[in-house]
Design a protein around this ligand. Structure first.
Ligand code: SIN
Length: 333
């Protein structure tokens, strides 16, 4: 079940999704964090951030709306208080960071570099969260424009260059042309893409006319998001055959994970399912392992990008001729 996300080797392709497993080793109360591909921590900023007023979570028909508002203890406190517990749990850690300005991405990167330049400890990659819908000025979400995406990624990449860690840009599905934004992220210095963050949503109490979440609108995650994530991964894999891609969105079971891998993801993240069952990431891994064996796949690499290899063998009338063309672990060129 090993996989590679660019230069990062993981024992398996199942990680937690940022924001759904705490900042540190909180989920370790329910599962052995060392058994996951990696733990992606909730996004961290330069200064501590209080987040949005309650209520912050609301069940939706096929998932969940959240308006947490990026609450976090700040990068310095996280480095002091959380990283040791993650290291002792044997977790591989992906550090998610966010900022309100391009300068914030540079500064959070500088602080990470100062702390980790001698030893990266358990950190295997960084994730640049440029796509949270729960900030005060949604018009200025970085991942809504190619220029802002490129600027944020360049600032972070410049600051963390001495660490030699890849940066995965976490992008938003709330855009007309995701492939263009992904291209800007990769050109700006991202080594990979995390696809996708939540969709912007709103729940209203019809009697009062007031929003039901304290922050107003929220981000929709869970099963409703899954086909959107599959499409995002598929389109970006087709456009960028050699980019590292991590798929996230409504992964509730092994089949969902397999679908994202088939669309071209090198690994997946489990998020909203952990709110129902904190052991969900390991259950997804067990189900994915079983699925691979049942379907005759000998490795994760064989599953990654399967749908593109099938696409290449489509006949002119759109029929797939070969059941599992090119299942030798090679990507479509
Ligand atoms: C939040 O904290 O509001 C969610 C984070 C995100 O969607 O990126």
């Amino acid at each position: 079940m090993t996989t590679r996300v660019g230069p990062v080797s993981l024992p398996n392709p199942v990680m937690t999704a940022s924001g759904t497993a705490g900042h540190g080793a909180e989920l370790g109360a329910y599962l052995d964090l060392s058994q996951l591909g990696a733990v992606v921590v909730k996004s961290l900023s330069v200064e501590p951030w209080a987040g949005n007023p309650a209520p912050r979570l609301l069940p939706a028909a096929a998932g969940m709306l959240n308006s947490v508002g990026l609450q976090n203890p700040g990068i310095d406190a996280w480095l002091a208080d959380d990283i040791p517990a993650l290291a002792s749990a044997g977790a591989r850690v992906v550090v998610s960071v966010w900022g309100r300005s391009v300068g914030d991405y540079a500064e959070v990167g500088r602080r990470l570099t100062t702390a980790l330049v001698r030893s990266r400890g358990p950190v295997v990659a960084l994730e640049a969260n440029i796509s949270c819908p729960n900030v005060e000025d949604r018009e200025r979400m970085f991942a809504h424009s190619t220029e802002a995406t490129s600027a944020a990624l360049s600032a972070l990449a410049g600051a963390v260059a001495p660490l030699g860690l890849p940066i995965w840009a976490k992008l938003s599905p709330n855009v007309t042309d995701l492939v263009a934004i992904a291209g800007a992220a990769l050109a700006g210095g991202a080594g990979g893409l995390t696809l996708v963050n939540t969709l912007m949503g709103l729940a209203i109490d019809p009697a009062s006319g007031l929003p039901r979440l304290g922050g107003g609108g929220g981000g929709l995650s869970g099963p409703a998001l899954h086909p959107i994530a599959v499409r995002a991964v598929y389109d970006c894999r087709q456009a960028f055959p050699s980019a590292s891609i991590v798929g996230v969105g409504g992964v509730s079971g092994g089949y969902d994970a397999a679908e994202l891998l088939s669309a071209g993801a090198d690994a997946v993240q489990v998020g909203t399912a952990s709110f129902v069952d904190p052991r969900a990431p390991l259950r997804v891994l067990a189900e994915l392992t079983e699925w691979c064996a049942a379907e005759g796949f000998g490795s994760v690499a064989e599953v990654v990008g399967t749908s593109h290899r099938r696409e290449a063998t489509r006949t002119p009338n759109g029929q797939n001729e070969v059941a599992r063309a090119g299942a030798a672990g090679k990507r479509a060129p």
